[in-house]
Structures are given as structure tokens and as C-alpha cells.
Design a protein around this ligand. Structure first.
Ligand SMILES: *Cc1c(COP(=O)(O)O)cnc(C)c1O
Length: 383
């Protein structure tokens, strides 16, 4: 074997899709610094007991790795339904659940099934920066309408946008990233009602619904009294609520996201998924992790309390802070946010330069990490 010569690699011109020319792969810059508060991870690693149980489950699954995994992952769907019942009091059957390698893949499945050429996906900016990428990758037009100054969503405006654009899919992040803002149930309800007939015409020219996706990646961090869109599933067959084990559950490395929706909607996703997309190892590890939900979720209450305390602290210093129902806080407004970001980095604290001009986002870490962030910010801003 010889490696291809540089000359040969340089002379070939690959038939890259023109819209991908010059694009870089998505990803938050990951730097090796002591305090990393930039990608909204749960700062607490799994306990030794959880690690041991996952290892044993994976070892057990390894005995059967000559076979393809359970392609419909029935046991995992049942356990996810049980998790949602305990977490939010909504009772769902396994066939209401769908899962994939992170909720990013779940949402890609949604766009593969319902988007496509000549169709549009509508969302409200500022919002999750991956959404336009799902649209691009599925040849779906991307429409970013806007949020209000305080990052809330005006229901009348949202409904008018839905009616005007007739999108195949509407993506609503709640709590939203990067702002932390949750949507009131009444807003999601109003959008779902409007969306019942605003989708693209079907083959017979008849009206379809727009599929409404509520991305609740941060759902478990919602404040007392903030509702979940799971409560609306019974009423709206064109609603899908997406969740993930990456954030509150503390399993970002596992890559397991899921959604709940009417079985007829879930069935359409089965058409576009790759065969055996959830490996036997992923299924075994996810099932083992779900058995430990109590321990894994044990930190959520303290992370929430710490978030609220951080919001108060930042406001107390005269900064603007968006209300947060997530495990991160968007704060500002800085004339030169890059200088602030960089000043923190020099002091070993990595946060995220993201969102509207002048704002910065910090994830809630351990109490020690939050203390390091506060101390660094005090220095950078000369408080
Ligand atoms: C982190 C995040 C996700 C989760 O992605 P996974 O693929 O499940 O890790 C989904 N949506 C939003 C808005 C997020 O911030």
C-alpha cells in the first residue's frame, strides 16, 4: 500500500454540492482549559455504580454482536415512555416513542420524512444553530422568523408566520438555546391549532398539517410551574416533542435522543431511518442508564438552584440576563463580547460566544466551576 500522492489528491475535483462549498463542520471550539462551561453538558460524571452497570450491560450485549440489533428497540421505547411518565406525569405507550443517536438525529429524521425540495422549515431566531443545517442537508428551505426583544415569541405574530409560509415543519426550541427562554403552553397551542392545515398540499391537492416539533432538550431544567408540551400530545397528532439524554440526564457521550408523538407520525420516521441505526451497545447502555435515573437526575435540582442564583448574581451586577429554564444563562450586553470571552479564557474559563450581538452564554457547572467563572468575570470587568 502506498499513500496517494499529493499531486493526485490535488488534481481531483470532487463533485461537492455547490451549497456546501467552503463550509466548515459544525462544532463548538473545544479547548483544553480547566473550566469548560461552553456546551451545556451536565458537569457531574456518572457514579461508579452507574458505570459498573453500564459496563455489565454492554458486556452482556457483546455476546450477541454477531447479530444485528433489535431494529425497533421495543424495550428501550418502553423504558423511555416510563421515564417520561415519572418525569412529567404523561402516560404514553412504547409506539409513541422514537429514538436515535442524539436528538440531532431525531430531528434529521423528522426533516427527512416531512421536509424536502419545494418545502420549508420555519423557526424563530435566535435559536439553535443546528436547525439550518438539518434544512440544508434535507434540501428543505430554511425560514428564520424572529423572536421579540426579550426572546419571547408573540403568538399572533407566530401564527401569522405559519399561515404566510405554510411550512412542512415548524421547529420550536423550548427552553430555547441559546436564550434559555421557555414558551408558554398557550403559544404552542395556538401554533398547533393554526398548523393543522398549513402544510404543503398533498398528492391530491388536499391540505396537510405542518408538523410542529417542540425541542425540549433542556426540558428537565424547567422552573417550577413551567409546563411541558408533552401535555398537548393527546390533542395534536401533528405535534412531536423531542428530548435527549445529553443534558439533564448527564449522558451526552452516549448519543441518545428521542421523541414522543402520535404513532402515525412515529411510523413515518421508521421509513427514513437507516437500518439498525441504534446499535446494540447504545441500546444496552441507554437501558442501563435509565435504570439509574434517580441517581443521574439527582443533580438537576441543585443545577436549577445554581442557575437561578447565577441569574440573580449577574443581574445584581447590572448585567442584562435572559430568563432561563435551562442549564445555561445568556447575559450581556457587551460592546466587545469577544474581549470578555477572551478575558475569561485567559483565566481558564471557557464559555460560548453565541447568540445575538453583545451576548454571551455560560453553562451551569459545579459550584466550584461557577465560582471560578464569577471570579474570572469580576476580574475581566473590573468589578
Ligand atoms: C444540546 C441540544 C440538543 C441535544 O442534542 P443531542 O443530539 O441530543 O446531543 C438538541 N437541541 C438543542 C436546542 C440543544 O441545545
Amino acid at each position: 500500500m502506498t499513500t496517494p500522492s499529493t499531486e493526485a489528491t490535488e488534481s481531483v475535483r470532487l463533485p461537492l454540492r455547490p451549497e456546501l462549498a467552503g463550509l466548515e463542520p459544525y462544532g463548538a471550539p473545544q479547548l483544553d482549559v480547566p473550566v469548560r462551561l461552553n456546551v451545556n453538558e451536565n458537569p457531574y460524571p456518572p457514579s461508579d455504580a452507574v458505570v459498573a452497570d453500564i459496563a455489565a450491560a454492554v458486556a452482556e450485549a457483546a455476546h450477541g454482536l454477531n447479530r444485528y440489533p433489535d431494529r425497533d428497540f421495543g424495550e428501550l421505547r418502553a423504558e423511555l415512555a416510563e421515564y417520561l411518565r415519572v418525569e412529567s406525569g404523561v402516560t404514553l405507550a412504547p409506539h409513541h416513542l422514537w429514538a436515535a443517536n442524539g436528538s440531532n438525529e431525531v430531528m434529521l429524521h423528522l426533516l427527512q420524512a416531512f421536509g424536502g425540495t419545494g418545502r420549508a422549515v420555519l423557526s424563530f431566531a435566535p435559536t439553535y444553530s443546528m436547525y439550518p443545517e438539518y434544512a440544508r442537508d434535507t434540501l428543505t428551505a430554511w425560514i428564520a422568523a424572529r423572536r421579540e426583544e426579550d426572546f419571547s415569541l408573540d403568538p399572533g405574530y407566530a401564527v401569522a408566520q405559519v399561515a404566510a409560509h405554510r411550512p412542512a415543519v415548524i421547529l420550536l426550541a423550548s427552553p430555547n438555546n441559546p436564550t434559555g427562554t421557555a414558551l408558554p403552553l398557550s403559544t404552542i397551542e395556538a401554533i398547533c391549532e393554526a398548523a393543522a392545515t398549513t402544510g404543503p398540499a398533498d398528492a391530491d391537492g388536499g391540505p396537510t398539517a405542518s408538523v410542529v416539533v417542540v425541542d425540549e432538550a433542556y426540558g428537565e431544567f424547567r422552573r417550577e410551574g413551567t409546563p411541558t408540551a408533552l401535555d398537548l400530545l393527546e390533542r395534536f397528532p401533528h405535534l412531536a416533542v423531542s428530548r435527549t439524554m445529553s443534558k439533564a440526564f448527564g449522558m451526552a457521550g452516549l448519543r441518545l435522543g428521542y421523541l414522543a408523538a402520535a404513532p402515525a407520525l412515529v411510523d413515518k420516521l421508521r421509513v427514513v431511518r437507516l437500518p439498525y441505526h441504534l446499535s446494540a451497545v447504545t441500546q444496552a447502555a441507554a437501558l442501563a442508564a435509565l435504570r439509574h435515573r434517580g441517581a443521574l437526575m439527582g443533580q438537576v435540582a441543585s443545577l436549577r438552584a445554581e442557575r437561578d442564583e447565577l441569574v440573580t448574581w449577574l443581574r445584581g451586577h447590572g448585567l442584562q440576563v435572559a430568563d432561563s429554564d435551562a442549564n445555561f444563562v445568556l447575559f450581556g450586553v457587551f460592546e466587545d463580547r469577544h474581549a470578555v470571552w477572551n478575558g475569561l479564557l485567559k483565566r481558564g474559563v471557557l464559555i460560548r460566544e453565541v447568540g445575538p450581538a453583545g451576548w454571551l452564554r455560560v453553562s451551569v457547572g459545579t459550584p466550584q466551576e461557577t465560582a471560578a467563572f464569577k471570579a474570572a468575570l469580576e476580574e475581566v470587568l473590573g468589578w
